[in-house]
Design a protein around this ligand. Structure first.
Ligand SMILES: [Zn+2]
Ligand SMILES: [Zn+2]
Ligand SMILES: [Zn+2]
Length: 133
């Protein structure tokens, strides 16, 4: 995990390491409130700045679902250093309210007349594997 910082030419500050370790601990996407809870000593500005740098470096991405606080998730697959390219959907469970990145074997492409799509985000709601009845 710490190699991520090195690979992206970011200095390995204890704070950045701590934020990364929080991402590592969670399989689902996480809102800022989780960072605030788990970082016992933090500065809000530093936290936001760190998340912003991680997004710019394509280490993590933002998930903005309507009615939800912004969530953050680690980028796994295809994101290069220049572009986020997610072959997954964002899924919100209506019961446990977790938001997670769910990979698809085949990510759909959509053609829209007279528009060039360079990023497609699919959001879905339902019940996750833990909550399915
Ligand atoms: Zn990404
Ligand atoms: Zn659930
Ligand atoms: Zn995602």
């Amino acid at each position: 995990m710490e190699e991520i910082l090195k690979l992206n030419q970011l200095s390995e500050t204890p704070f950045r390491k701590k934020v990364l370790s929080i991402f590592q601990k969670h399989t689902e996407a996480i809102p800022v409130s989780v960072f605030e809870k788990e970082l016992n000593d933090y500065n809000r500005i530093t936290l936001y700045r760190t998340l912003k740098i991680f997004i710019e470096k394509k280490i993590i991405h933002e998930i903005a679902m309507s009615g939800q606080d912004t969530h953050y998730a680690i980028c796994k697959e295809t994101c290069s250093s220049t572009k986020h390219e997610h072959q997954h959907i964002h899924f919100k469970c209506k019961k446990c309210e977790t938001i997670s990145c769910v990979s698809l074997a085949l990510f759909p492409t959509i053609e829209v007349p007279n528009h060039k799509i360079d990023q497609l985000e699919i959001q879905a709601t339902g019940f996750c594997a833990n909550c399915e009845e």
